[in-house]
Design a protein around this ligand. Sequence first.
Ligand SMILES: Nc1ncnc2c1ncn2[C@@H]1O[C@H](COP(=O)(O)OP(=O)(O)OP(=O)(O)O)[C@@H](O)[C@H]1O
Length: 304
Amino acid sequence: MRVKIINNPSSGRTTIQKSLHAVVGKLVLDGVFKYIDTFNTSKKFDATNELLNINDGDYDLIVAVGGDGTLNEVVNGVMKSGINTPVALIPAGTVNDFGNFLSIPTDVEGLCSMIKNGKIVDVDIGKVNDNYFANVAAAGFLTDVPFKASVDAKTTFGKFAYYAEAVKELQKQIFNSIPLEFKYYDKTLLCDTYLFAVLNTSSTGGFRSFAPHAKINDGMFDVCIIKKSDIIDAASIFLKIIRGEHINDENVVYFQTDKLSVNPIDCSDIHIDIDGEDGGLLPVTFQMMPKAMKFLVPKHCKID
Ligand SMILES: Nc1ncnc2c1ncn2[C@@H]1O[C@H](COP(=O)(O)OP(=O)(O)OP(=O)(O)O)[C@@H](O)[C@H]1O
């Protein structure tokens, strides 16, 4: 197997990166990896730019080592270069929503077994304006925490860096809502919005049931809008999110669509978070790209 490894040496607490040589060494000794080309990222967009130079047939597998942000860059590289090469994710990030959703192991044995005996599945990829995402795009209450927490803080404190940033932002954002227009098919919704998320998997920010009906290969986004409500109702919604019960709440709108546009009404400078990174400002247009990429996942992963 000819392999391109894209490694973000700074993602997460850098623990998995330290075992990367063990994974690669074992796969070389087992005769699985015959040719390896490793690229270490040093800044934003490095992973995407590196993949823009490769063609179909250059490699049998792209291995992405990093968190959701690194995966996002790899997804953009693959989609923009138009290649069909499968991607294996080694989840080395702080939260790893996408890796958790695909049941990707984080230990040496599990990763070697996935690469040797795993299966390749076709997964949907979201398009947002001219870029792509694997997992989630979101805006509103605390959705900027992932990209406000510094790389150094995440490396040192892991998930606690996010909690610390969330506590800092909480007081500033607690009563903030954004008037937004959501358009899909022939429907228009006007919502005073605490937050909205457009998901390809069920998981965001470590909440595994944020979009409990999401499937990664159904050609649909799951959209969850949390509307402005009084503080007691809002707190109860956030508690329900932990159990995936928020979608039946009267202040939550939940639907599936393959196209969506989100426009701010009388407000500006609303940033959107895309796979944990700053994705620029609203307005945005979403388009689902059904089964647009191939991923290598463990045999036991419940996706076919
Ligand atoms: N060598 C590097 N040093 C610092 N930042 C880097 C480096 N290489 C890439 N980056 C940037 O790191 C960010 C992505 O980090 P990534 O998402 O992989 O890890 P994380 O933020 O710890 O994990 P998660 O997204 O799961 O919370 C991107 O903005 C990327 O461009």
